[in-house]
Write a protein that binds this ligand. Structure first.
Ligand code: SAM
Length: 296
């Protein structure tokens, strides 16, 4: 984990409400719900996101969905490099010009990649990112987050803004109603915690929902293998356990294991009570369960 820098360079002129509207009008950008396009027009909010992320001059930041550049400009003030992955060609094309206009001395630190963040791979980006910092498109926030942690082992930490309810789910502990698939899967990669709240008034257009910040710090020494095959095996049993979350694990995992009896055998072998429900298991429990050899 890194600590925030005492004084950011503070060279970029951040985007306020007037600048966001002008940029959008100039390039005929009409925000769409489908792409979760709610642009931040408040300098304090983007500075707060950067500060809470803890990134420093040594970091290469992967930013998903830079949009008009609000957060990008604040990041460029502080970090070594920003690799911005944007799916909207109009926004991706415009971003380097915005940065050149508002922070000319920092524009060499930016790379823009026109790609879907749910598919982007290390081979498509020019530098190994150390941190993910993003105001994520809300409708795909969890799959994007999980894909990036799986595909970019160099990511050490993430600070993302998501729908408040999703932030709560990601950071939930076992036992509660909101604990579920996103909580376990995020916890497979690292420590997850809520890192603040953001109101609706800092966005254009204003969303109907509140937003929350979530921080994920990858385990410095992974407590279990994180290769793709192992991750898939663990995620399959997580999905099965929560697909019928009101059932006992013995029943919920019957299809996954082949039969209720085989589900029970594997649960017992992993030291888990077969009459328990999935919501009481933590990531370590799921890892143990996925590791039990099938019978025969
Ligand atoms: N970062 C900007 C800000 O804070 O003002 C914009 C954030 S807006 C909530 C989400 C951004 O993600 C938009 O620019 C949108 O075009 C982009 N986006 C949506 N889906 C995406 C995807 N699958 N891959 C990459 N970018 C995506």
């Amino acid at each position: 984990m890194t600590t925030p820098e005492a004084t950011p360079r503070g060279e970029a002129a951040l985007l306020g409400p007037a600048e966001v509207r002008t940029l959008a009008a100039e390039f005929d950008i009409r925000p769409t719900k489908q792409l979760g396009q709610n642009f931040v027009h408040d300098g304090n909010t983007v500075r707060k996101i950067v500060a809470v992320s803890g990134v420093t001059r040594d970091d290469v930041v992967l930013e998903v969905g830079p949009g008009l550049g609000s957060l990008t400009l604040a990041l460029l003030d502080v970090v070594e490099r920003v690799v911005a992955v944007e799916i909207d060609p109009k926004l991706a094309t415009r971003l380097p010009t915005t940065v050149a206009e508002r922070a000319p001395e920092l524009s060499g630190r930016l790379d823009v990649v026109l790609e879907d963040a749910m598919r982007v791979l290390p081979s498509q980006v020019p530098a190994e990112p150390t941190a993910l910092v993003a105001n994520l498109p809300y409708n795909v926030a969890v799959p994007v987050l999980l894909h990036l942690f799986a595909a970019f082992p160099s990511l050490r930490t993430a600070l993302v803004m998501v729908q408040a309810e999703v932030a709560d789910r990601l950071a939930a502990s076992p036992g509660g109603k909101i604990y579920g698939v996103p909580s376990v899967k995020a916890n497979f990669f690292g420590e997850v915690r809520r890192a603040g709240s953001v109101g609706r008034h800092v966005f254009w257009p204003e969303p109907k929902i509140e937003s929350g910040l979530v921080r994920i710090d990858r385990y410095p020494t992974p407590p279990w293998p994180i290769d793709e095959e192992h991750r898939r095996r663990v995620f399959a049993v997580v999905d099965a356990a929560f697909a019928q979350r009101r059932k006992t694990l013995r029943a919920a995992l019957a299809t996954w294991a082949g039969s209720p009896a085989e589900a029970e055998r594997r649960l017992v072998a992993a030291g888990i009570e077969p009459s328990a429900r999935g919501e009481v298991l933590d990531a370590a429990d799921f890892v143990r369960l996925a590791a039990v050899d099938p019978i025969g």
